[in-house]
Design a protein around this ligand. Structure first.
Ligand code: 16G
Length: 246
């Protein structure tokens, strides 16, 4: 059964713009579970035919819901109802790939840049390195099942990896293989609003809330192994920690 049969047609004589009416239909369909999490919604063309509106109207309606985080466009696959929020433990030193795999989601990344160079003063301070030391820098957009989840900028001291090229899908895999996976970390978290550039990379609206998490990872001998700044989507994450009393 098509969506229009379930919810009825749009009201063309209603002063509310048609794209807002369509947004309401889709929002209600999601909250009443007519379409459920991880379901694809009908294509733009089908929605335009069903509701007798232009594809521009449909696109505008969907853009708004993608911006709100209710829907996600997956490259080449369609538009889906956003999956469950990921619970991220703050007491486990896990990697993004491990976090996603343990929830049955498929991690992937798009590279923004992968480079090596001399440490900047800020990085030297964060990593406890001397001026001029070699570092590797990795900038990625992280996805779970093709849904954007985070932007990550990592700086790794030169002694931890044989080259930047060895980092492919997972940074922690590469560090583990070289024997330099961090065993301890310090994390700092704060709330942010995504700026225009970040929002564009994630395919969301500028100004949406996010979590900025800075991780400094250390080796058993106390040397630094990682300085990563992660910008997680606020609508995709719950941060969870287990706290023990004295
Ligand atoms: C997580 C870590 C990040 C680490 C990355 C490695 C947090 C806040 N950050 O995103 O520091 O570099 O995982 O993931 O958890 P990967 O091994 O999948 O590349």
């Amino acid at each position: 059964m098509s969506l229009v049969d379930t919810v009825g047609p749009l009201q063309k004589d209603d002063p509310t713009p048609l794209y807002l009416q369509l947004q309401k239909v889709l929002r209600d369909a999601i909250s009443n579970q007519i379409v459920v999490m991880d379901d694809a919604i009908p294509t733009e063309r089908d929605l335009a035919t069903e509701f007798e509106v232009s594809r521009i109207t449909v696109r505008k309606a969907i853009d708004g819901l993608v911006g709100e985080g209710l829907l996600n466009r997956r490259r080449g696959a369609g538009t889906f109802v956003t999956g469950a929020r990921v619970e991220k433990s703050f007491s486990k030193l896990s990697s993004f790939s491990e976090d996603m795999l343990s929830r049955g989601r498929r991690p992937s990344s798009a590279w923004i840049s992968k480079a090596s160079g001399a440490v900047t003063p800020e990085e030297a301070l964060s990593l406890g390195l001397s001026p001029g030391s070699l570092v590797y820098r990795f900038q990625r957009i992280r996805y779970a099942d093709e849904v954007s989840m985070a932007i990550e900028h990592s700086t790794i001291p030169g002694y931890c990896l044989p080259s930047a090229a060895v980092v492919q899908d997972s940074l922690y895999d590469a560090l583990e293989k070289s024997g330099y996976r961090p065993i301890r970390a310090l994390q700092r978290l704060r709330a942010i609003a995504f700026n225009g550039d970040q929002a564009e990379l994630l395919g969301i609206k500028a100004g949406q809330p996010g979590l900025f998490i800075e991780r400094r990872g250390f080796l058993a001998d106390g040397r630094a192994a990682e300085f990563t700044q992660s910008y997680y989507r606020g609508d995709a994450y719950d941060v969870v920690a287990e706290l023990n009393g004295a």
